[in-house]
Design a protein around this ligand. Sequence first.
Ligand code: A2P
Length: 318
Amino acid sequence: EPTFLKPQTNLVSPFEPIEVTIASNTSCMRGKSASFVQHIEFDLTGTALEGTFKPGQSIGVTPPGVDALGRPEGARLYSISSPSFGEDGAGKIVTTTCKRLIDQFDPQYGEGQVAVSGLHLGVCSNYLGSLKSGDKVLVSGPSGKKFCLPEAVEQHNYVFVATGTGIAPYRGMVKELLYGPQGPTKRQIHVVMGVPYTSDLLYDEFFREAASVHPNLHYHTVVSREYGTDGALQGYVHDYLRRTPAIGDGVLGQEETLLYMCGLKGMQVGVYQYLAVHGLEDAYLRIPKPLIGTDPSAWTALDARRIRPKSRCLVEVY
Ligand code: A2P
């Protein structure tokens, strides 16, 4: 049974957030893209939050203003994308990966909400995404303790599956595993990243560089809306797993391997089906009685939510 880090939580309550400074705010996209994702650095120097965030946890951000009912806006959670030692080596500068939420305007959002050219702009993601270095922002946390690295990092291999901004915690975890004070892990790390277009490959340069220096880091990209060099569409992350025996027959079959899943809710059923088809369900999943013996390819998203991941399988979907 793996044991996981038990990070501190709620050192700063979302009801009494503290003011910190934006150290930088840069685009995460590779050139022009239909999505807007920002890499944002918070400077926590001298606050109670300094040195407290672990990758896999989230930071609370409280936007200014009031909601449609006139109540002060509450905190929103953003995934930390830096390692526990931060970007500076001391945990003073931590980062998040913030995707601007843009939707067609829907009257349900109410009068008070921002609507430009018929578009609804997510309140906090667009506030945070527009902050400039030097700006002040109200934050809280750390939040979350269920999506963490194990205590004994050297005893495990890692398969990190992401869609879109689900890559955020893995940037921090891979930094933790390869660039931490204890030196790089010798264990195998696979990162499987699913995005619609090549331009959406967040932190692509970081993962490529790290993989070129550390042969035990394997970086896999799955671009769903572009044709591959073979002229075929690449599909979703679970399609990639299916056609990549090095992962399924190799690392996932080893007892000490941990499987992490972060991103769109929809990926859950696909990855669970993949595990079941490959005879890996006993290792990673607890199948509820009514589903035992049924054809995994017929499982629905609702079925997937009844399946409980075992301790070697960590799931963070939204
Ligand atoms: P697509 O949008 O082509 O259907 P982002 O968060 O940047 O939009 O990226 C999410 C990625 O995950 C996209 O490539 C998206 O594909 C893909 N995706 C969408 N639905 C699923 C699903 N059910 N399982 C796995 N991947 C999915």
